[in-house]
Ligand binder design. Sequence first.
Ligand code: 13P
Length: 252
Amino acid sequence: MASEGPRPLVAGNWKMNGGVAMLKEPRLLAAMLKDVKLKADVMVCPPAIILRRVKSVLKGTRIKVGGQDCHWNPAGAHTGDISPEMLKEAGCTAVIVGHSERRTNHGESDETVAKKAKGVQRAGLKAIICIGETLDERKSGKTLEVVSRQLKGSVPEGSTADNTVIAYEPVWAIGTGLTPTTAEVAEVHAHIRSELGAIMGGEGAGVRILYGGSVKPSNAAELMGQPNVNGALVGGASLKASDFLGIIKVYA
Ligand code: 13P
C-alpha cells in the first residue's frame, strides 16, 4: 500500500517515558517482528539513560536504536548534555533533533537545530530533523511558509539523503488524537519534497519524509499511503509493542 520512494522508516519516540520496567516492550516487539517480512526500517528512540539496555535487548534483531536529542559538539564542558559521538558509542544510528517539544520547552531555534543536525551527521549518524506548524499558524494559512522557513533554517549544508530524515509533525497533532486530513498531509509532504530539492538538489528525492502526530494502528495505513510519506515518527503508540506493531505492519 505504501507510496513509492525511499525505503520507509517507522521510528518510535519514547520521549521521557520508560525505565527498566519497559525493556519488555522492545523485547516483545522483536519477537513479534521476527518472521515478518518488512519493506521498512524500524527504530526505537528511548531516553538516553536506558539506551544501552534497549540496545542490548535488541542485539541481533533488525530494530535500530536512536537518540532523542544531543549537543552539537563531540565533547567538552556542557553539563547535562550528550554528544552525537556518545550516542553512536551507545549503539545509536540516528538522533532526533528539533522536536517541537525541544523547540518549545528549551527555546531551540532553527539555527540550534541545524548545529545539532550537523553534529549528528559529523558523527556518522542520521539526523531526524523535526518541523511542523502550530495550530495558530495552520489556522492563519501559514503552514507551508513555516515549513519552508524551518527547513531552510534547520537542514545543514552538505546534508545527504543518507544522513538526513525529515519528520513533519504538526504541533497541534502531537499527543492530541488529532491528525491533518490525508489531503493536508499529502500537500505538506509534497511541499517538503520540493523544498528539499531546492536545498539539497538531487539528494532531496531520496530523503525520507516521516509523518508524526497521533499516528496509531487505526490511521497508519491511510497516513502512510499518501505520496511522499516515507514512514512515521510515533510517540504514544510506540510505547506498547502491540500498538507499535500495528503501525509497523502497514509495511509488511
Ligand atoms: P504522538 O504520536 O504521541 O502524537 O507523538 C508524536 C511525536 O511527537 C513523535 O515525535
